[in-house]
Design a protein around this ligand. Structure first.
Ligand SMILES: [Cu+2]
Length: 115
């Protein structure tokens, strides 16, 4: 038996994805909400040292075939073991200098300076 399926016509195209922060249309103009990506690759964090503004979210991505972690010296944040292509994010609210490492490969060191 055929069941008649009504095509979903007449629905408005998904309403404009409301940009959560009224970013100007200028391409690439950063607002106060920024995301910076750091990769873990070849057993190094790259870039190993970054400087960001307070309120910036830093996202680490593991591009190696080995698991890595992101572990703050000050225990401000710690990821679980990230498999290939897995992400870990942390939002830096307070200015300061934050050192971190990979607990599996402690020679992997990185620094986030928050201004
Ligand atoms: Cu590692």
């Amino acid at each position: 038996m055929n069941i008649k399926v009504f095509p979903a016509t007449g629905l408005p195209a998904a309403s404009l994805c409301a940009a959560s922060h009224g970013a100007p249309t200028t391409n690439g103009a950063p607002t106060t909400e920024e995301t910076i990506q750091v990769s873990a690759k070849n057993f190094m964090f790259a870039p190993a040292s970054i400087t960001v503004k307070a309120g910036t979210t830093v996202t680490w991505v593991n591009l190696d075939d080995e698991p890595h972690t992101v572990f703050s010296d000050a225990r401000l944040f710690r990821s679980s073991a990230l498999d290939t292509k897995e992400l870990f994010s942390f939002k830096f609210e307070k200015p300061g200098t934050y050192h971190y490492l990979c607990t599996i490969h402690p020679r992997m060191l990185g620094t986030v300076v928050v201004e």
